[in-house]
Write a new protein. Structure first.
Lengths: 448, 88
């Protein structure tokens, strides 16, 4: 027995917040399609509760046996806009969301994703109905997560959808800004994402599958504390080795979950997902690398190196990598990001640059309530452009907070933290967004 | 199933005895063990083997109770965790 290795492993879990962020079961609802929406919802409830009957007990058993916390147990389903499109008896899809909520509640899972529409090229009949239903659907539920994919490298950007999402986010925020954290708009959305709010079960996936999302910013930070002042070669190597170890735990837990649930194992999502807990922050990793504060010049380069090293270390440690895989930079969920936003070292423009080199995008960002729908749409268009041109996933999860302005904050509670309201450029993009139509696919998407 | 038991705390008389006594009661076979003082604190690691019918959760709970009684912290984990992380 290697005593030191055992101690190191236990310290990672006990002191450095190593955890499995989520075990997510993806469930296809394609066999639940029905022209009668009530019948479809019955089939959906039955299928979800049947497939995921043992998800929570098995996750708890693994948690106990391996001593690694599994923070969330989640479900993703086929985008509801595809399932509900067949229903000819309703224009509102709220009942589908309520059914998802009911199934999730009866199983004890934390979140269920897939109240989604994929409109990167255009709208099918269910897509507009779904997007229009999002505010009421999220108000009627607590566990349901929703997403809309507005662009992809292969298709370009659907600017009609970009405009519509801006309006919808404003409508949702007017009802309750807290609900905005359950909605994300994507470009290049992935079909096997275990993380929320953007997780859904793609149509190319198997009927039922287990995906795992790992975490561990604290472990990376602690490892870097031991190489202070050393060159980037050593920093990168240290991150790779740490990411390898963290990912191995994800692979082990995923394999075990898959065997015990008798469901195929999909992917491990190699992400550094922070929480507001001290020492569990991506911002603190960048500061450990040598920046006085996240947001300082050098942040983008540091984040690019971190993101790349995490992937290189993780990729050999598991059979199949997927999902978003990269460092997350949600402002409200990361103590270091909150601090930097509060003291003016981190602004939306710098965050936008950071999203070009790490996974996802402008995440959990609170903006003044007076921010217009067209400004939110234009922020989404910018993010989508970064994703489409760079062949990567990007997204926005912004929260306009009615009645609040820069200098105030919004508290989301628990794992979601709190967010200072950030300044948004006040010049208007209304005429730009008002054009509508479609930004064509970029030249480098034509590879055939 | 093989398990790794780690015992960490202030050194005193009877830690090894209390832990091994409990393992014997629980029918856990000790197949390897090491003990040292690390930075002044007592550190013991044991590899144990459970028989097929053993209830992992109750073994973990009982050992944790022993730890509380004698003032040390006792962790129990499936050995596969350490293998996965430390071996390619």
């Amino acid at each position: 027995m290697e005593t030191k290795q055992i101690r190191d492993t236990i310290a990672m879990i006990d002191e450095q917040h190593l955890d499995i962020r989520t075990i997510t079961m993806g469930i296809s609802l394609l066999d639940c399609i029905d022209s009668d929406s009530h019948k479809a919802c019955e089939k959906i409830y039955d299928k979800i509760t049947r497939c995921a009957e043992n998800l929570v007990p098995v996750a708890e058993e693994l948690e106990n046996e391996y001593g690694v916390p599994i923070v969330n147990k989640r479900i993703t389903v086929t985008p509801i806009s595809l399932i509900a499109a067949a229903a000819t008896d309703t224009d509102s899809y709220v009942e589908y969301a309520v059914t998802m909520e009911r199934a999730a509640a009866s199983l004890g899972v934390d979140l269920i994703g897939g109240f989604s529409a994929l409109v990167q090229k255009g709208y099918q009949s269910g897509d507009r109905k779904l997007i229009a239903s999002i505010p009421d659907a999220l108000m009627a539920t607590s566990r349901v997560c929703s997403s809309v994919n507005v662009g992809s490298t292969k298709t370009g950007i659907n600017m009609d959808a970009v405009a519509e999402v801006g309006e919808m986010v404003k409508a949702l925020a007017d009802k309750s800004p807290l609900k905005c954290m359950n909605f994300v708009a994507f470009a290049n959305a992935v079909e096997d994402n275990p993380f929320m709010a953007g997780g859904f079960h793609g149509v190319g996936e198997a009927d039922c599958v287990i995906n795992v999302g790992i975490s561990g910013p604290g472990v990376v930070k602690r490892a870097l504390e031991k190489v202070r002042g050393k060159s980037f070669d050593i920093v990168s190597e240290t991150i790779k080795k740490t990411a390898f170890k963290v990912t191995r735990i994800g692979q082990l837990i995923g394999t075990q979950a898959s065997e015990r649930l008798n469901v195929p194992f999909g992917i491990v999502d190699l992400s550094l997902a922070p929480t507001p807990a001290p020492g569990d922050s991506v911002a603190e990793i960048l500061e450990e690398i040598g920046l006085e504060s996240v947001g300082a010049p050098g942040t983008t380069a540091g984040l690019a190196m971190l993101n790349d090293a995490v992937k290189k270390g993780g990729i050999m440690a598991c059979e199949h990598v997927g999902g978003l895989s990269g460092a997350f930079i949600p402002v409200s969920e990361d103590a270091g990001m909150i601090k930097a936003a509060e003291n003016g070292n981190l602004n939306i423009e710098k965050l936008e640059a950071m999203t070009a080199v790490c996974s996802v995008g402008l995440d959990m960002i609170a903006v003044p309530g007076k921010t217009t729908a067209s400004t939110i749409s234009a922020i989404l268009a910018d993010e989508a452009a970064i994703g489409v041109i760079n062949n990567k996933t990007t997204a926005i999860r912004v929260i306009p907070v009615p009645g609040k302005d820069v200098g105030e904050e919004i508290d989301f509670g628990g794992l979601f933290g709190r967010a200072p309201i950030m300044r948004v450029n006040q010049s208007s993009p209304a005429a730009f967004i008002g054009r509508g139509g479609h930004i064509p696919a970029p030249i480098h998407s034509f590879k055939n | 199933m093989k398990i790794i038991i780690t015992v960490v705390g202030n050194d005193k008389v009877g830690i090894v005895a209390a832990v091994s006594q409990k393992l014997s009661e629980l029918q856990v076979n000790i197949i390897d063990m090491s003990q040292t003082l690390m930075h002044g604190s007592f550190t013991m690691m044991l590899m144990g083997e459970l028989n097929a019918e053993a209830d992992f959760a109750s073994i973990k709970k009982e050992l944790s109770t022993v730890g509380e009684q004698i003032g040390v912290s006792i962790h129990v984990e499936n050995q596969e965790l350490f293998d996965a992380m430390q071996n390619i």
